[in-house]
Write a protein that binds this ligand. Structure first.
Ligand code: DCP
Ligand code: CA
Ligand code: CA
Length: 356
């Protein structure tokens, strides 16, 4: 029998607004939403998320901002500061990853950790989950909800079970009982349409689904019927797959003295490209986009980028593209203060090889 896996799923609580509250503690305890400007109820766009105080008024992610405004006039609406959330996310994710054999970040605020070899049993896993929650709170002043289970499917459902600031551990022998009373919508890939079709078959809960004949499900839903049958029994063998967290690699340098000297500029591009390329090779990655950053002596900063269709790991290409990108800036009267070279659209393989 394969070794019992222990999987943890962590999801941050009301993430965007939590980060806003941390920045401005006066927001705490008040209904707050992040999203488009409601413009007195006439604004367009949607709510990205809101805190639990705002949820009491019925506000939800994805809700039109005009409707949110009608539901709660006193709600504080903030614009989306994506960079702020990305920065917070990167820090938190790095903290989580160190506890896992393998990790898989699935969105800006959630991650799966395979902790099978890091802990002896589910009791130890629970202790680790508490430790992680404390560490995130102490260091980042943010709360999260954690689910621990024998697989990803159940861990994800468990993290949602006692939100916010929750911790739910589902031992292997508790899996069936845990899932049984839940609505089938909790399972992966079962959206409103599938749920409606199941309802017509008299199936609303996971327990009812687990009792349905597999053949009947396959007749109705094809191969997904088979997956549904497995999920209803709490079976999910999908692995925690390391995803590449590295989004870009680059180097920049501020000159000792602002310069317009072409030789110095080109030599600097060459050495920035070389360092960037070395890290790229180390990570065994390929890129499609090269971005150049130029800051002039008056701090006016420009970035421009060039992309190629097929991913490569060529050093010459980084140098060449960066030099093409610098050309228009060399015509400027001002001296250059800082130069940066960055590669992005990273992948693990060359595009050509991916086709095979
Ligand atoms: N988000 C978004 N638009 C959506 C849903 C989410 O912009 N329709 C963003 C804002 C959220 C973040 O993604 O803060 C994470 O989404 P979650 O679904 O995990 O929701 P929250 O973290 O906001 O709340 P919860 O406490 O329910 O997890
Ligand atoms: Ca969340
Ligand atoms: Ca989430």
């Amino acid at each position: 029998m394969p070794k019992q896996r222990i999987i943890m799923h962590i999801d941050m609580d009301y993430f965007f607004v939590a980060v806003e509250e941390r920045k401005n503690p006066e927001l705490k305890g008040k209904p707050v939403a992040v999203g488009a400007d409601p413009k007195g109820g006439k604004g367009r766009g949607v709510v990205s998320t809101c805190n639990y105080e705002a949820r009491k008024f019925g506000l939800r992610s994805g809700m039109p901002i005009s409707k949110a405004y009608k539901l709660c006039r006193d709600c504080i609406f903030l614009p989306v500061s994506m960079e702020l959330y990305v920065e917070a996310s990167e820090k938190i994710m790095e903290m989580f990853r160190k506890y896992a054999d393998k990790s898989e970040q699935v969105s800006i605020d959630e991650i799966f950790l395979d902790i099978s070899s890091k802990v002896k049993d589910f009791k130890e896993a629970e202790k680790l989950a508490k430790k992680i929650k404390k560490e995130i709170y102490d260091n980042e002043k943010l709360t999260c909800s954690i689910g621990v289970a024998p697989n990803k499917l159940v861990a994800k459902i468990a993290s949602d079970f006692e939100k916010p600031d929750g911790l739910t551990v589902v031992n292997p022998d508790r899996v069936s009982g845990f899932l049984a009373p839940m609505n089938v919508r909790k399972l992966w890939g079962i959206g409103p349409k599938t749920a409606e079709a199941l309802k017509e078959m008299g199936i609303e809960t996971v327990r009812q689904l687990s009792k349905a004949k597999q053949d009947r499900l396959i007749d109705e839903f094809g191969s997904f019927g088979h997956e549904m049958h497995l999920m209803s029994k709490g079976i999910d063998e999908s692995e925690v797959e390391e995803s590449y967290e590295i989004k870009s690699i680059g180097r920049q340098v501020t000159f000792q003295k602002d310069t317009k000297d072409k030789k110095i500029i080109f030599d600097t591009i060459d050495s920035l490209a070389k360092e960037t390329h070395a890290e790229l090779k180390e990570e065994k990655l390929f890129y499609k986009t090269v971005t150049l950053t130029v800051r002039f002596e008056d701090f006016d900063t420009h970035t421009s980028a060039k992309s190629i269709k097929i991913a490569t790991d060529s050093l010459e290409m980084i140098k060449g593209m960066a030099k093409e990108l610098i050309a228009p800036y060399l015509k400027d009267k001002r001296k250059i203060r800082l130069l940066g070279v960055r590669v992005s659209k990273l992948s693990e393989k060359e595009a050509q090889k991916q086709l095979v």
